[in-house]
Ligand binder design. Sequence first.
Ligand SMILES: *Cc1c(COP(=O)(O)O)cnc(C)c1O
Length: 398
Amino acid sequence: METKKLLEEADKYVMHTYGRFPVALRKGRGMRVWSTSGKEYLDFLGGIAVNVLGHCHPKVVVTIQKQAQRLIHVSNLYHIEPQVRLAKLLCTHSFADKVFFCNSGAEANEAAIKLVRKYASEQLGAGRSGIISTLNSFHGRTLGALTATGQEKFHKGFGPLVPGFTYVPFDDLDSMKAAVSPETCAIILEPVQAEGGVQVPSPEYLKGVRKICDDNGILLILDEVQTGMGRTGTLFAHEQFGIVPDVMTLAKGLGAGVPIGAMLATDKVAASFQPKTHASTFGGNPLVCAAAITTLEVILEDGFVLDHVNRISRYFMGRLEQLKNVFSDKVVAVRGMGLLIGVELVRDALPVVNACMERGILVGTAGSGNVLRLTPPLIVEEKDIDVLITTLEDVLEK
Ligand SMILES: *Cc1c(COP(=O)(O)O)cnc(C)c1O
């Protein structure tokens, strides 16, 4: 379809839930995507941390083709081999003993919220439904996940929300400690607040939160929907903070682009989900699980995450720091872990995003709009970063 007509029909037929750029993307390979009008872009947004292996990674493509020929979907009333294999792979490489599969980050967080409440009602006693979340967090758009999201701008107009949630400032252990009450059953956190502007907590924060949970007999849910799957330089971000959660949620990069979410837990907690307590029709179907197995296998290939992501991250952060020093009147801060990077600007980042787009580079925004969000595929190379930096120099100059 011709681009102009496509944009007209999008306006006419698709609900206006996104402030979309006037570009339609139709093809991708590795770090690159091409629009319907034939323009090439270097993709530093990566589907917002989804396309971890770049676009159309050959191994993922072949896996999807083969699995689509064999079996696309069956009900979860039957055993599904790729689902079992993926669950085993995830448990082998994490603290978890059991996995529940769903289709998105929000759904994974809904499952986590339901699981901790069920666990609390059975193991901790009546009235233990309280969940503490952090301000500026992001956990998704369904009502439970939306309520867990500590940002009023996302809540507006959707009340009444789910009862039982309280919010405390991120990276503030005293407030967290003070918020725990006899009703509290869990704390939900992103190890690094991503949507909230790429906020990396102090090194001791997660240990402190873990201790508060242990001291009070409450559960820790880590939302690694964006930070997981090698994004921060380890398979899961919490590994770098020296703690393990009781429950962890994944989605975004898990299937390198196919819609899949997962909620992982220890046996102790997972035991509260029994037949007829929670379910998903599509969750963990053969097609998406096969894609996720291949994704995980490629990420776990010797040294890929630890070596490449960490090496390239150091290079990337170094180049951005230089940029900040040159443009100290425009760049406030460079933050991040691995390839989850935020560049805080003195003003709205959208003009910079648009200018980069004109010059053939896709980047995003985060926080209150003044942070450039860089979440490229984990396969990004120095030469791609050099192109981005040169472009940013040109854009910031103007
Ligand atoms: C994107 C995101 C979600 C929501 O995921 P969806 O797949 O859009 O529902 C939840 N938590 C975090 C940390 C995210 O980054």
